[in-house]
Unconditional design. Structure first.
Length: 518
């Protein structure tokens, strides 16, 4: 029976029905009509202008963010597949442009000896290495001395003692090295980074191209020993990597992180000299932007700036993330304001609303599709950059850390936007609206982090400790739930049989043998 006929029938017998039944039938009928109208009348007619605007914005946001992610993924796929041999590394020493590598040191970072060794191992005919350390009591000095003994022929020296040209401790630390460089090309390479031997040659190739003023490398976190490090790794190797690659591929503006940057000293002098960036905390991005505004492009090579993480605590992760967000808050305010919408959960919620209005897709169905797609892109990107297939155990850790990072991204963002102080190694600093920074305090505690890149708080106040305890307890509960479901998933794949260690070893051995036959 059609709707109209049913309605006529109800009208006909209306008087004979009790009033509450009449009312119920009318309500059901009206609801049916409304839902019929919603489904069969175009969304453009049935929705208010406000709803339509929100819908368009939500869908546009989703398309934009997914396109950025896909772009980041394809850039990674094409760029990091193979490493080319450079031309400059094959030049004789008197023809190659010289490079001064500056290594700022502060304490014993995770993997420090190997990180610094990678500078000595550069396959390049003409370079010097300058290690800078602010204090004569710094334990990094012993590591440098050991390295100099190991590579006696290398042109390397150590400068002890900083000079206060501003507040930024990294600039104060390297300013003397910068002033004493032998060559025009300088490579500022953080202490907690190692690079492949061909990196310098490839970077010089790029820097020598016309109109290029800066060469930088994608930070890539490796060797997480703790859950805090895993969270950091997920951040650096997924969302950060894909956004960094996508923004740099599109090139709307300068977007540079200072882990591994090559420039010309003459260009830095042209934009005011290194010392004048000492008043900022985001010296890396501001130097890069100044060079960019002079009309010089930025280039990246197929090299990664590997950062071994070691044993960061969860608080270390939160503090480093909030330091970077707070730094961005004043240096790139507009981009920082839209950041949460570029994160999976908020972006997915907005898009679920949009697609529900447009195509009546159930919001939860869309959210599930969106999260799976997002996870898949992140996992593929991670596989490409780490150049290995992710095994089941790694995948399990990846899923856990990924889920928790995604869930905590928004609370962490809100926490970070709400404050202006940052802790960096031994110092606490207040960020000012004009991007400059003021030092609040420093502790005498030496940064001796063997296995940690800690930027731990020198003076953690009670409120902060409580906040972290709260976050950690939420994290732990979420982790337990996720772990429980992953366990079920994995054991159902093995029909409930536990995987024997020997079985894993056998599998590995047979894989190795297969490889050796190739
Ligand atoms: C942090 C990235 C992940 C968060 C999600 C989405 C981010 C959205 C937009 C821009 C951020 C791009 C990633 C830049 C890495 C920033 C890391 C960082 O904070 N580094 C600081 C410490 O080393 C450094 O001092 C600051 C660098 C700021 C670079 C910001 C460049 C912004 C370029 C804006 C281009 C607009 C494109 C719009 C696309 C959304
Ligand atoms: O007090 C300090 C702190 C740090 N540093 C040096 O600065 C480099 C970077 O240190 P970290 O790894 O702790 O810092 P992050 O990677 O988090 O810093 C990032 O954000 C802030 C920018 O100023 C940096 O250029 C960028 O690398 C290291 O080589 C470290 O030895 C100092 O020389 N003195």
């Amino acid at each position: 029976m059609g709707n109209e006929n049913f309605f006529r029938l109800v009208q006909h017998y209306q008087e004979q029905l009790p009033s509450d039944v009449q009312e119920y039938i009318m309500q059901t009928y009206n609801y049916g009509q409304e839902s019929f109208r919603r489904h069969h009348v175009s969304v453009w007619e049935s929705s208010t202008r406000f709803e339509l605007t929100l819908m368009i914005l939500a869908i546009a946001l989703w398309c934009f963010v997914i396109s950025l992610s896909v772009l980041g993924y394809f850039v990674a796929r094409t760029r990091f597949r193979s490493s080319k041999k450079s031309l400059s590394s094959q030049l004789p020493a008197d023809k190659a442009p010289g490079v001064s590598i500056i290594r700022p040191l502060k304490g014993v970072d995770c993997n420090l000896f190997e990180n610094l060794s990678s500078s000595f191992r550069q396959n390049y005919p003409k370079f010097e290495i300058i290690f800078s350390v602010a204090s004569e009591n710094d334990p990094a000095i012993a590591v440098v001395q050991k390295l100099m003994k190991k590579f006696p022929k290398a042109d390397a020296r150590l400068i002890i003692g900083d000079r206060n040209v501003g507040v930024n401790p990294k600039i104060n630390n390297i300013i003397r090295a910068y002033e004493s460089v032998k060559y025009d090309i300088i490579w500022i390479l953080d202490s907690n980074v190692y690079v492949d031997p061909g990196c310098l040659g490839r970077s010089v190739d790029k820097l020598c191209r016309p109109n290029v003023g800066l060469v930088h490398h994608l930070p890539f976190a490796v060797r997480p020993d703790t859950f805090g490090s895993e969270l950091e790794m997920i951040f650096i190797d997924t969302i950060h990597a894909k956004m960094y690659l996508a923004i740099n591929a599109m090139g709307p503006d300068s977007c540079v992180v200072g882990k591994s940057n090559l420039y010309r000293k003459s260009d830095i002098e042209d934009v005011g000299g290194l010392a004048q960036f000492g008043k900022y905390m985001a010296e890396d991005n501001l130097i890069a932007s100044a060079i960019w505004r002079k009309g010089f492009k930025h280039e990246m090579t197929c090299d990664l700036a590997y950062q071994p993480l070691g044993s960061m605590t969860i608080s270390d992760y939160f503090l480093r993330r909030s330091r970077w967000t707070r730094i961005r808050k004043y240096t790139v305010t507009a981009a920082t304001l839209v950041e949460p919408f570029i994160e999976s959960i908020l972006c997915g919620l907005c898009a679920s609303y949009g697609f529900n209005l447009l195509w009546h897709i159930h919001p939860l169905n869309f959210l599930a599709f969106h999260l799976v797609l997002w996870f898949w892109i992140d996992l593929k990107l991670f596989q490409i950059l780490s150049q290995k297939k992710v095994d089941m155990e790694t995948l399990r850790g990846f899923i856990m850390a990924w889920a928790i990072r995604e869930i905590t991204a928004l609370p962490l963002y809100i926490y970070s936007m709400g404050g202006t102080t940052v802790d960096w190694r031994e110092g606490t600093y207040r960020l000012m609206r004009d991007s400059t920074v003021v030092k609040i305090s420093s502790s005498n505690r030496q940064h001796q982090a063997s296995g940690s890149i800690s930027s731990s708080p020198p003076s953690s106040n009670n409120q902060r400790t409580l906040f972290f305890q709260f976050i950690v307890s939420i994290l732990t509960s979420v982790m337990l739930v996720i772990n429980f479901f992953i366990d079920i998933l994995f054991s159902s794949q093995r029909n409930g049989n536990p995987i024997e260690t020997t079985e894993v070893e056998d599998l590995k051995d047979s894989e190795k043998r297969k490889d050796s036959y190739k």
